[in-house]
Design a protein around this ligand. Structure first.
Ligand SMILES: Cc1cc2nc3c(=O)[nH]c(=O)nc-3n(C[C@H](O)[C@H](O)[C@H](O)COP(=O)(O)OP(=O)(O)OC[C@H]3O[C@@H](n4cnc5c(N)ncnc54)[C@H](O)[C@@H]3O)c2cc1C
Length: 307
């Protein structure tokens, strides 16, 4: 198909629809707006780090709240008339001869020549009573996001033995006052010995529940014993926040995410992905950078199609 045919066959009401307005989607929208691309952003308003009090490691914005980061980015988008933002959940996405059609849960629909998934991922927590209520407030997952704040404090790491050693080393770099809780699983003797030599205590007893507030979190074990810690690190299971890429037929990555090429395009031509679902090292700055890269690729693709 020639470039002109391609442009015609995908011609739609807008140039691009971006699904998701976290760091990836908003960064992409900024680049697309500045490229004068008619862009619709559809966002359900549930970014992954919303429960956290502050965001760290973000270039020039270290310590801002997640809500501030998103609100400032949204405000800056208002300068660009080509960008429109809809609050709502995209429910279906289809690819037809005249582009991608997105329908929202509240019955609106839009069509565009290109599509960007920036829908993010979600964290599934270990099934321990009291853990979910303290998520991002004493119960932490990422040493780069919140490790500095708990440096040298008493910390517990909840991790199964098969993944524990790597995780222990990361947390130990920040605090040596560390207890590893395997939550009912036996730690192999060799590894337990290595940990003991570094003064890391291992508790294999099943955790019954967690109570109290950081920095006095109480881990209550099945045998009635207790441990008080300033913070608890957990390993979460990462899942896609949206099944729209799968339903559109995009090749999926394992254990989560979407396969993209160097240009951030998925296996469905014209559909791109950025942010946590497509970029490694799920961090705000990385998600935003991938959104910018995807937007540049999309604009370049449209420029060539229209040339
Ligand atoms: C508790 C916690 C704390 C964190 N702290 C930090 C930190 O301090 N520093 C750091 O660098 N990183 C941190 N992260 C990681 C950071 O949150 C992610 O890397 C970043 O949010 C990824 O951006 P994203 O745009 O890919 O996805 P998200 O920020 O998750 O945004 C995705 C958006 O897409 C929307 N969406 C999904 N499906 C649909 C749909 N069908 N229709 C419409 N909208 C949809 C969602 O509602 C959401 O608004 C933290 C993560 C967690 C869990």
């Amino acid at each position: 198909m020639s470039a002109a045919d391609k442009a015609n066959s995908l011609a739609g009401d807008r140039d691009v629809i971006v699904i998701g307005a976290g760091p990836a989607g908003l960064s992409a929208a900024l680049y697309l707006g500045r490229s004068r691309r008619q862009t619709l952003v559809v966002d359900a308003g549930e970014p992954r780090n919303a429960p956290a009090h502050s965001a760290h490691g973000v270039f020039s914005r270290d310590g801002a709240t997640p809500a501030e980061l998103v609100a400032d980015a949204r405000r800056q988008l208002e300068r660009y008339p080509a960008v429109e933002v809809w609050r709502g959940k995209a429910e279906t996405v289809e690819k037809g001869p005249s582009g991608f059609v997105v329908r929202t849960q509240d019955g609106r629909q839009a069509r565009a020549r290109r599509l960007l998934f920036a829908t993010g991922i979600r964290d599934e927590l270990p099934d321990i009573e009291g853990l979910a209520e303290r998520w991002a407030n004493g119960v932490l997952h990422c040493v780069y996001c919140h490790g500095y704040e708990i440096a040298d404090q008493p910390v517990a790491l909840i991790a199964a033995p098969d993944i524990a050693m790597r995780a222990v080393a990361s947390v130990y770099q920040l605090t040596q006052n560390l207890v590893l809780c395997t939550n009912g699983e036996a730690m192999p003797e060799a590894e337990a010995g290595q940990l003991a030599r570094r003064g890391i205590h291992v508790v294999e007893m099943k955790i019954d529940r967690i109570s109290g507030d950081a920095p006095d979190l109480r881990l209550m074990f099945a045998d009635g014993s207790e441990l008080t810690r300033a913070a608890v690190f957990v390993r979460t299971i990462l899942k896609d926040a949206s099944d729209l890429p799968a339903r559109l037929g995009c090749e999926l990555d394992t254990p989560y995410g979407v396969v993209v090429g160097l240009d951030w395009q998925t296996s469905v031509p014209g559909a791109y992905a950025a942010g946590d679902i497509a970029a490694p090292k799920d961090q705000i700055i990385v998600a935003a950078a991938s959104g910018a890269q995807a937007a540049i690729a999309i604009n370049g693709d449209l420029v060539q199609a229209d040339w």
